[in-house]
Ligand binder design. Structure first.
Ligand SMILES: [Zn+2]
Length: 337
């Protein structure tokens, strides 16, 4: 069995010649961009489909679904042209259950009448709301005349007639292009309500009240925003905005190190971690004993402060930093916007 350490010349350096002898040129370039730990580390298995490197049933299910779709000719959620499409989805400011619901809408994994009919679970694929058309996901949520009045109250009332949409994925792509962030969130809440409420109301013998359904989605969004406020400002690589500066003075006798990393090659998180390592090395070389390291990548600060073992691809760098802590009498890591 080939082990990674065989391709590492000394700690922190790939054996480039050996890599070239075993891999294609493009592969060698990609491997050389992977940052290595400063000291020897044992190999460990990580689940690279998950941001935290840990396996969960839901991430396993998603990978299996994507694999199946790729086999059927659709692109996966990590391909280049699909990147912004999925990025927008996972960055929505909505409950996770709604993100996962939209993800299933886009892949066509909802139990629509059309899907259940194809699986021979139902005898008819017809949408019970209108009693006319096949209930696909896009029909039930967007195209059916019975939900027209709800969308006429939304920011996309005009688009509903202009867009020639044939799938939910096309609808999602169109919505994220023409809408503000808050509107895209509202779109998600509306889709959730329409999918969950229309059939329920019909089952109870009640008619669809478009105004109350629209207001319900708006109220859900407002309530969610109040409990889960968005960050005051986003990460800005061009330089900090004055309204975002949140500088904390170091304590007496303590030295403060501000670090930031940016790259187009390695992952952004890896670069932030490398910057943190360089900062610690710099502080040690200057003979500082008490330090405060400050950086603008909150996720990286959380990883370093966590007592849990890091299973992400950059876990070796996190462990390096935790070992370097031992050089100092006192240390702390802070996130600065
Ligand atoms: Zn219908």
């Amino acid at each position: 069995m080939v082990k990674i350490y065989m391709f590492i010349k000394i700690a922190g350096q790939w054996d480039e010649e050996l890599l070239k002898a075993n891999f294609w040129e493009q592969e060698v370039k990609a491997i050389l961009q992977i940052p290595l730990a400063s000291t020897h580390r044992e190999d460990k298995l990580i689940w690279h489909y998950d941001r935290r490197g840990k396996y969960s049933v839901i991430s396993g299910y998603m990978v299996a679904c994507m694999k199946k779709q790729r086999e059927n000719g659709m692109e996966g959620s990590s391909t280049q042209d699909g990147t912004s499409l999925w990025k927008k989805l996972w960055n929505l400011q909505v409950p996770n259950k709604i993100k996962f619901f939209l993800w299933r809408c886009i892949w066509g994994f909802l139990p629509s009448k059309q899907n259940l009919y194809h699986r021979r679970i139902l005898n008819s694929p017809i949408h019970p709301c209108c009693g006319k058309k096949v209930e696909s996901v896009i029909h039930a949520i967007w195209a059916c005349n019975e939900v027209k009045a709800i969308w006429s109250l939304s920011p996309w009332s005009a688009n509903r007639h202009e867009w020639r949409i044939t799938s939910f994925k096309e609808l999602w792509q169109a919505v994220i292009v023409v809408s503000s962030k808050k509107e895209v969130d509202l779109f998600a809440f509306l889709c959730w309500d329409i999918w969950n409420d229309t059939n329920n109301l019909l089952f109870q013998g009640r008619s669809l009240e478009s105004v109350s359904m629209f207001n319900k989605a708006l109220a859900y969004q407002t309530e969610f925003y109040s409990v889960n406020p968005a960050p005051i400002c986003s990460h800005n690589r061009q330089g900090p905005s004055h309204s975002c500066v949140n500088w904390h003075a170091p304590l007496d006798g303590q030295y403060k190190i501000n670090v930031d990393g940016a790259t187009k090659l390695a992952g952004a998180q890896a670069m932030e971690l490398i910057a943190a390592k360089e900062g610690l090395q710099f502080a040690y070389d200057l003979g500082f004993h008490d330090i405060m390291l400050e950086m603008d990548a909150q996720g990286v600060v959380d990883r370093i402060n966590s007592n849990e073992e890091c299973f992400e691809a950059e876990g070796n760098l996190v462990e390096d930093i935790k070992e370097m802590q031992g050089w100092f009498r006192s240390y702390s890591y802070n996130w600065q916007r």
